[in-house]
Design a protein around this ligand. Structure first.
Ligand code: KIV
Length: 283
């Protein structure tokens, strides 16, 4: 549950990844403290250029899948753009819908100072909130691009203030995205809740990456991603072999094929009967 994540601050590093499906959730569950159903799924899985178009129903659909796959890790679902900024009560209505329909353990919203009133409103009404500051991708059209934050000293005070305000409002943890590493370390020391870094250096209380990025499945990745695997190449190799064997007629082999039941083996060649029986056996 969300308080277990907060309790890890200063005790042990917090490990997390995004997950969008039941099968990856089931694998990551054993290794991660929480799984984030990030709205990055709009870009990673659905081909959008940004996270701005992602609808609430899509988050709920993927949230349900991840909750089904996870056994012990906390599942946090991102609130997509346009579902929480208007007012605390709109945020509550949509966040409650996400919690009820997915059975997740918390939601995440982007924004510091400007969202602190909403965070307090949700937490007071039973919804654990993870905050997200620094580079907030839903504000891409205002920020002017996926740009690192806090690389000049004059930006530091506002970003640190964002962190203090979301912590004071009751967020159980805060994502620091693409923030200059010394600032992320300073924030981590300054606030009582865990900081979860993505492109924010090693001074945070925990780390998160987009799973497809760290697996080597994404065509382009930001500078802060380390590829821990080459899953894209593995998938391509498997598909290439499959296509080659189908074209060469070597797949399916006898061991992938259903035989007739002995009593039914046709006495003489009867292709139409064999086809019918084979279809029945596989359906
Ligand atoms: O949507 C997402 O995947 C995120 C992570 C980058 C933290 O918000």
């Amino acid at each position: 549950m969300a308080p277990d994540i907060t309790a890890k601050k200063g005790v042990e590093p917090i490990v997390s990844l995004t997950s969008y499906h039941a099968h990856t959730a089931a694998i990551a569950d054993a290794y991660c403290d929480f799984l984030l159903v990030g709205d990055s799924l709009g870009m990673v899985m659905h081909g959008y250029e940004t996270t701005v178009p992602v609808p609430l129903d899509l988050m709920i659909m993927h949230g349900r899948a991840v909750v089904r796959g996870a056994r012990r890790a906390l599942v946090v679902v991102d609130m997509p753009f346009g579902t929480y900024e208007e007012s605390p009560s709109v945020a509550f209505r949509n966040a409650a819908k996400v919690m009820k329909e997915t059975d997740c353990g918390a939601v995440k919203i982007e924004g510091g100072r400007r969202m602190s009133e909403t965070i307090r409103f949700l937490v007071d009404r039973g919804i654990p909130v993870m905050a997200h500051i620094g580079l907030t991708p839903q504000s891409i059209n205002v920020l002017g691009g996926f740009k690192a934050q806090g690389q000049t000293a004059h930006q530091w005070a506002a970003i640190e203030e964002d962190a203090r305000l979301v912590a004071a409002a009751g967020a159980f943890a805060v994502v620091l995205e693409a923030i200059a590493a010394p600032l992320a370390s300073q924030i981590t020391a300054a606030i009582p809740i865990p900081t979860i870094g993505i492109g924010a250096g090693c001074g945070c209380d925990g780390q998160i990456l987009v799973m497809e990025d760290m697996l080597g499945l994404s065509p382009r990745v930001p500078k802060f991603v380390k590829e821990f695997g080459s899953v894209g190449a593995v998938i391509e190799g498997a598909i290439r072999s499959y296509a080659g064997e189908v074209r060469a007629g070597t797949f399916p082999a006898p061991e992938h094929t259903y035989a007739m039941k002995p009593a039914d083996v046709p006495q003489a060649a009867n292709p139409s009967r064999v086809t019918k029986k084979t279809k029945t056996a596989t359906s």
